[in-house]
Design a protein around this ligand. Structure first.
Ligand code: SF4
Length: 182
């Protein structure tokens, strides 16, 4: 049987969800024997998201043009997309900037009003990705197959989500152990 082509992606999040993934400890060795890791910020240096990915964990909200471009590519090339953690599911922490009402007030607040020295707006097209007006949860941009809340989702929840997928089954995301936020 072909191994599952497995990926993880980091959008606008703190990487805490990926740290929780690493908390799977020795089960990561079992996982590594059952999947090909084809893209991930953890333990891989692959620059381009590949074609024909079976399962992808997407951490973080969609906050800037780079996030948006990568997520559209991920969706196009992935069979089962998992919205991984509260930032992906609800926009959560990065979404707190939405209350300021848009990208420009956020930049002004951060780089002008709060600057102690040399206030200036970051403007480096092609280097600094442009902020989107609002930070969006993943499902408001692309369809999602599985929602895995948690800030971060505990390692047991990650394992309980991935194990059925490795058997070719969909996980049952029900009950406190699987769908608790925070
Ligand atoms: S859900 Fe929590 S742990 Fe995960 S990226 Fe967001 S803030 Fe970090």
């Amino acid at each position: 049987m072909d191994k599952i082509r497995f990926a993880t992606v980091w959008l606008a999040g703190c990487s805490g969800c990926h740290m929780s993934f690493l908390d799977l400890d020795e089960w990561l060795i079992d996982l590594a024997q059952q999947v090909d890791v084809v893209y991930s910020p953890v333990g891989s240096d692959i620059k381009e998201y590949p074609q024909n990915v079976d399962v992808c964990l997407v951490e973080g909200g969609v906050a800037n043009e780079d996030n948006l471009e990568l997520l559209l590519k991920v969706r196009q090339r992935t069979k089962t997309l998992i919205s991984f953690g509260d930032c992906a599911v609800t926009a959560n922490v990065p979404g707190m900037r939405n209350m300021l009402g848009g990208a420009e007030p956020v930049l002004k607040r951060g780089y002008l009003e709060l600057a102690e020295h040399s206030p200036q707006l970051p403007h480096a097209p092609g280097i600094v990705p442009e902020l989107l007006e609002q930070v969006l949860p993943v499902h408001q941009v692309v369809p999602v197959e599985i929602y895995m809340p948690g800030c971060p989702p505990p390692a047991d929840r990650i394992r309980a989500t991935l194990e059925p997928l490795l058997r070719g089954e969909m996980p049952v995301m029900e009950g406190r152990d699987m769908i608790k936020f925070g």
